[in-house]
Design a binder for this molecule. Structure first.
Ligand SMILES: Cc1cc2nc3c(=O)[nH]c(=O)nc-3n(C[C@H](O)[C@H](O)[C@H](O)COP(=O)(O)O)c2cc1C
Length: 134
């Protein structure tokens, strides 16, 4: 089974989770600036919300790589939303992409909200999620 990890991050919150998940299963975590070189069975996608939306960089990555993605597993750490699931699904479904309901999400620091999140416990939980899921 082939697995790739791609993420978008501005303040490194989503990156910390994606790197922990990738380390736990022995793959590399790269940003969405790096296209998929080969088709993958599963894509772990790190995408937290910005301005009530999925970042344009994530949308561009998904559109450009959709023919190489088997199934998406989402990691997100929003400040307000519970997860990015609903919005990622809304974008992915018309592209013919499937997002598995088994995602990882926790709170992410934003301004004075959720200071220090994701914290060490969240990062360990994300690594455990990846080990159990993949
Ligand atoms: C400009 C801006 C807009 C944001 N908009 C949202 C939002 O609409 N909903 C939400 O839940 N969180 C929102 N957030 C919070 C981020 O999703 C959260 O801080 C996340 O952990 C950032 O991940 P990153 O550090 O990997 O970029 C916003 C953060 C910023 C800086």
């Amino acid at each position: 089974m082939s697995i790739a990890v791609r993420y978008y991050t501005e303040s490194h919150n989503t990156e910390k989770l994606c790197k922990a998940a990738a380390d736990a299963i022995g793959v590399e975590a790269l940003t969405v600036d790096t296209p998929l070189a080969e088709p993958v069975d599963k894509l772990i996608l790190g995408s937290s919300p910005y301005k009530f939306a999925i970042p344009e960089q994530v949308k561009s990555f998904l559109e450009a790589n959709k023919d190489k993605i088997g199934e998406i597993y989402l990691i997100s750490c929003p400040a307000l939303w519970e997860s990015s699931m609903k919005y990622v699904k809304e974008f992915c479904t018309p592209l013919g992409l499937t997002v598995n309901d088994n995602d990882f999400h926790c709170k992410g620091e934003f301004l004075r909200f959720h200071k220090g999140k994701p914290d060490a416990n969240d990062i360990a939980a994300c690594a455990a999620w990846a080990k159990k899921t993949f």
